[in-house]
Design a protein around this ligand. Sequence first.
Ligand code: GDP
Ligand code: MG
Length: 323
Amino acid sequence: GVCGHFPHKAHPEMTRTAAAPAPTQSPEPRCGFIGLIGRPNVGKSTLLNRLVGQPVSIITPKPQTTRNRIRGIRTEEAVQMVFIDTPGIHAGSRKLNQRMNQYALETLEGNDLLVWLVEPFPESEEAIPKKEQAVLEQFRGQESCTIVLLNKCDTATKVQVVRSLDLLGQAGAFLGIVPGSALKDQNLDPLLNLIRAHLPESPFFFESDQVTDATERFLVSEFVREALFRRLRQEVPYSTAVRVERFQESERCIEIDCQIFVERDSQKGIIIGKGGSMLKEVGTAARQRVERLLGHKVFLRLHVKVVRRWADDAFHLRQLGYE
Ligand code: GDP
Ligand code: MG
């Protein structure tokens, strides 16, 4: 396994020396990277936000909402946990899908710990479903530093939970298997206890009050994308990308210009909506979240631009931050 190795491949810019001084008394500070893995829609971003205590990763009922590698930081008195949320591994042949899968696969490497999120299996299952088996194969060999979170237990039957735990127990020598609910905040303490106990002794990497390493610009573009994803249907959300073009602070407000990219004229029409109604709704929803994030009055302008097949184009993917 690669658990416990450092430096971390996915975040080479960090070193174990940077950061705030830890408390001088014992215990020794612990700090490390925890990769969140699992199929799309299983609740990875929900868990990240829950454990960090505020939204740093956007969540929608649609699969493949998360496109980048998002780090969320939880700092306790003597422990700092750096969670890495990624897109779930999924099918899809476009260049964007390939980038997303690459982020997901990179998360499997070089972490101190992994948390594998799984949904309770249907009662009729007599073995781990094939799709979950396929995820397990991706990190074979790292079971001993993987904690399994059987998520969404709030919507499962007792029989489902018991059987799923049983099948998972047979599937590998995991560090632990915890039934719980990220959404309802149920039974996450055992998960945190396991993480605390198994992170390496190390100074903190980040300041204690830092909840993410993402820039404000990135978070703003993500909030706009979240508002779009929540309102658009079928293929349209998957054809949109958002980039902040201007971010100007003055005493009275912060002015932000965002460019929304779509792939077709018809999609541009849908996003603008009748008389601009859709764009206005998206802008209002996103602005409220951005104001909460920045603690400041925000003036948010949204523009829509057609760039044919940006999701297949290496240049545009780079321009849009999907490195
Ligand atoms: P991701 O694709 O793995 O990041 O999944 P998300 O965190 O975006 O969640 C996908 C959907 O599942 C959202 O609608 C969440 O509200 C929902 N969800 C996440 N965790 C739970 C849970 O513990 N219970 C229930 N009932 N729903 C959940
Ligand atoms: Mg996600």
